[in-house]
Design a binder for this molecule. Structure first.
Ligand code: C5P
Ligand code: MG
Length: 214
């Protein structure tokens, strides 16, 4: 019997602390598997694209928001988009601007894929999202390593100062990790130590994911 569109879309969640290597694992899997299984078969959706739109909120308010709390995410829209993709239809994937703390005005068309890799810090905090996933991965990188990476990245790529990164880390990033993110390790099917350069983990995940595209 032919598979329905619903059965055809496999959703894999990758979560863990900020700067733990989630995006690197997702993008490494995407680039290496795309060559093997084709662009139509695999895609990545970052949860960061689904931070709430704040284009109507003044900048002085935007910088006060706790971006590590589940309430900062538009998980309703993400859920709706996953259902749309599972039904075989395109979505308009929002694009996020970290320097402006809001969604960009333009979005990009994202077509349904056989395998969709979702990556983000708060994905497993939401039961509705967990229910959409076929399996999930927690990237378990020590927090001191994450902090070093975050400082370098936020200063070089996200328009931040060293002082602002450290202040935000103490105020929200670390406490929210301990309160909301670390407890979601219990929901993960696979725990990957050390982050994005764990070659053995990437090869095992590649073998598992490519089975879905045969
Ligand atoms: O890529 P990563 O998982 O690190 O992205 C999530 C992080 O982005 C969160 O820890 C949050 O503090 C940060 N963020 C931010 N400013 C925003 C939106 C998210 O610093 N406007
Ligand atoms: Mg990331």
């Amino acid at each position: 019997m032919a598979e329905t569109a619903q059965q055809q879309c496999i959703i894999i969640g990758i979560t863990g602390a900020s700067a733990s290597g989630k995006s690197l694992i997702a993008n490494t899997l995407y680039h290496e598997l795309r060559a093997q299984v084709g662009d139509h078969n695999i895609g990545v959706i970052p949860e960061d694209c689904y931070y709430k739109d704040q284009s109507n909120v003044p900048m002085e308010e935007r910088i006060k928001v706790n971006y590590d709390h589940p309430g900062s995410m538009d998980h309703e829209l993400l859920l709706q988009h996953l259902k749309t993709l599972k039904s075989g239809k395109n979505i308009q994937l929002p694009q996020y601007d970290y320097a402006e703390h809001t969604r960009k005005s333009e979005s990009v068309v994202f077509r349904p894929k056989r395998v969709i890799i979702l990556e983000g810090i708060l994905l497993l905090t939401d039961k509705r999202l967990r229910e959409q996933m076929d399996f999930s991965i927690f990237v378990d990188t020590p927090l001191d390593i994450c902090l070093m990476r975050r400082i370098r990245r936020d200063v070089n790529e996200r328009g931040r100062t060293l002082d602002s990164v450290i202040a935000q880390y103490n105020k929200t990033v670390r406490p929210m990790y301990l309160q909301f993110i670390e407890p979601t390790k219990q929901y993960a099917d696979i725990i990957v130590p050390r982050g994005g350069k764990n070659r053995v983990a990437i090869d095992i995940l590649k073998a598992k994911i490519s089975q879905f595209c045969e």
